[in-house]
Design a protein around this ligand. Structure first.
Ligand SMILES: [Zn+2]
Length: 282
């Protein structure tokens, strides 16, 4: 859609990359940057499919989380399982930040459930790490780390970069099957068991030895940050480098149905950067 190019095209709304990055480093003003930077990414085909089909699955997986952490959900939630999970045993705790030294941005556009207007009902399903917002230098040499031990269930080792024709096709219908996945570029997915999967998107390369079926340890590099799947990869290489990271819960995702800042809190807890929810037994 034409409309998409407005919000999608960083070039039209943002200063040249170098200036952009320099500015943003000390500017931290989210307002100017939002979608141009992150954008098209990832996520919506799944949202539309998954949210419909899988509210239930997601609910059950995230119920404990929502329950323990977001009492405000009580009204919405169907009677969910009320299993009590000890903090040590909570599958949504115990992750590490997937880039060494990175902080968790407060910029809404990079948080879960941030709107992606150009995709109609699009919603961001994960957490972004950009140099200008995440306290860390990011390049294609920046390692993406396994946030928790697990088994690799996807590693796009034979990935081929998108072309302008591909991007044009995405814009024609972001809801077409597979489009969102293509826009996530080169990816690695890790299964942590109990319905929890982490996804690492827009990678520039996959780390050596990482392949489907391989067990990885927490902190192990699984790939390198990039901008694959985004039009910048051919328009203005290097201008959109970031890691898009997701914690998936069943067919849903951490922070789904919550405000972006609430989703941020769940990520902070997942990373051990905020206290875990009070024990629901108390
Ligand atoms: Zn993202």
């Amino acid at each position: 859609m034409i409309q998409a190019s407005g919000s999608d095209a960083p070039a039209s709304e943002t200063p040249p990359v170098a200036a952009q990055q320099a500015d943003r480093a000390d500017q931290a003003d989210p307002a100017d940057a939002a979608s141009p930077v992150e954008q098209p990414p990832a996520d919506q085909a799944l949202v539309s499919q998954q949210t419909q089909q899988s509210q239930v699955a997601q609910q059950s997986a995230s119920a404990q989380q929502a329950e323990a952490e977001q009492p405000l959900d009580d009204a919405d939630r169907p009677a969910a399982p009320t299993q009590v999970i000890e903090p040590d045993d909570d599958p949504l705790l115990g992750f590490i930040v997937p880039i060494t030294g990175a902080c968790i941005t407060e910029f809404e556009g990079h948080l879960p459930s941030a709107p992606r207007a150009y995709r109609n009902h699009g919603i961001h399903e994960g957490l972004d790490f950009y140099q200008w917002a995440s306290c860390v230098t990011i390049s294609t040499a920046t390692e993406a780390l396994a946030a928790k031990a697990g088994v690799v269930i996807r590693a796009d080792t034979d990935y081929v970069d998108i072309t302008p024709d591909d991007w044009a096709r995405f814009q024609q219908d972001w809801d077409a099957p597979g489009v969102l996945d293509e826009a996530r570029g080169r990816q690695v997915w890790i299964d942590h068991g109990r319905g929890i999967v982490t996804r690492y998107a827009h990678l520039s390369a996959i780390a050596e030895g990482v392949a489907v079926g391989v067990e990885v340890e927490q902190g192990q590099p699984i790939g390198y940050v990039g901008e694959s799947g985004q039009q910048e990869v051919y328009l203005d290489p290097g201008s959109d480098l970031h890691l898009h990271f997701e914690i998936r819960i069943g067919d849903g995702w951490l922070g789904q149905g919550l405000a972006p800042q609430e989703g941020r809190l769940l990520y902070l807890r997942a990373f051990g950067l905020a206290p875990p929810p009070p024990d629901s037994g108390g």
